[in-house]
Write a protein of this length. Structure first.
Length: 317
């Protein structure tokens, strides 16, 4: 069985019995003249800004939603051939994870993509439930469990009890919003224009959500000033924390909404079990302290947070 976390920023594939077999950017390089995919994943991402006029590097998902089923299917087919070997995945059951807030149209798009993969069997799983299972939570227990999955395009908060999602909320704010916020902050404060890849690198090296006793990080970054000339500036982790304040606030408000909508009987369980964070956003330094400060509940980061959705997918069907 194969579990797929089809994320806006990255795709993760889990093969039962082997573990994670692929983790690559959800990016394709497209020959516009032939309308054909010529590269996927890291190979396509490395072509960004370095392609001829007839080649376009795109991401076929936006805010957790499939925007082009044909290109998404081609991308996944390429990933599966790379990870599971050509043709072999057709013998397996494939479970594709989608946001719990997906509309019927969005769910049908995911089903269409699965149909194009020619798998022996295929199914859909909701990301928060798969994330909770992948994080090792006892989702079948009647006691309430709370999960916050911060992905590239969306952040989902869900309360799970007896194998079901009881309450959930989703916001189109995640890793991409963090990158955009960093770009805008640096442009506004330092009059320096940087690209998305640079913003992502800054996020990885210097982003934090909460003031900790860790030493201040200072980065020298290069870009183009407003006059169009190459330039460089120094930014600090304090800068980046300020840049991320707004998207982090949106995520915190979503978590509070779920808490407010949760039945009192389940809310009491969170005093012990707390909130578990999964997804790429879990790697932001101090994100657990930030959410704990906002909710007054214990918070912990899942082990291997990037892998939880894909790993849990094979166990929720």
């Amino acid at each position: 069985m194969i579990g797929i976390d089809l994320g806006t920023a990255n795709t993760v594939i889990y093969l039962q019995g082997k573990g994670i077999v692929l983790r690559e950017p959800s990016v394709v390089a497209l020959d516009k003249n032939k309308n054909e995919v010529i590269a996927v994943g890291i190979d396509a991402k490395n072509m960004t800004g370095r392609t001829p006029e007839n080649t376009e590097v795109i991401r076929p998902l936006r805010n957790g939603v499939i925007t082009d089923t044909d290109i998404t299917a081609s991308m996944l087919g390429g990933f599966l051939k790379k990870a599971v070997k050509t043709g072999f995945f057709a013998r397996d059951k494939i479970i594709l994870c989608i946001p719990s807030c997906s509309t019927e149209v969005e769910r049908l798009a995911a089903e269409d993509v699965l149909g194009m993969l020619y798998a022996k069997k295929a199914g859909i799983a909701e990301e928060p439930l798969a994330a909770a299972v992948g994080a090792g939570l006892d989702t079948e227990s009647p006691n309430g469990k709370m999960i916050l999955d911060i992905g590239g395009g969306t952040s989902e908060t869900a309360v799970i009890s007896a194998g079901n999602i009881i309450v959930s909320d989703s916001v189109k704010t995640g890793g991409d919003a963090f990158d955009n916020a960093i770009e805008e902050y640096i442009k506004k404060k330092y009059a320096l224009i940087i690209g998305t890849n640079t913003a992502e690198e800054i996020k990885i090296k210097a982003a934090s959500a909460f003031v900790t006793d860790q030493k201040e990080t200072i980065l020298t970054i290069r870009g183009r000033n407003l006059k169009g000339l190459s330039s460089e500036v120094k930014v600090t982790s304090t800068d980046i924390r300020q840049a991320l304040a707004e998207p982090l606030h949106i995520i915190a408000e979503s978590v509070k909404k779920v808490l407010n909508d949760t039945p009192p009987e389940l809310s009491a369980d969170f005093l012990d079990s707390g909130i578990v964070i999964t997804g790429g956003g879990a790697l932001i330094r101090g994100i657990d302290f930030f959410i704990a400060n906002e909710t007054k509940l214990p918070v912990k980061i899942a082990e291997n947070p990037l892998d939880c959705v894909a790993a849990g997918a094979v166990s929720v069907q």
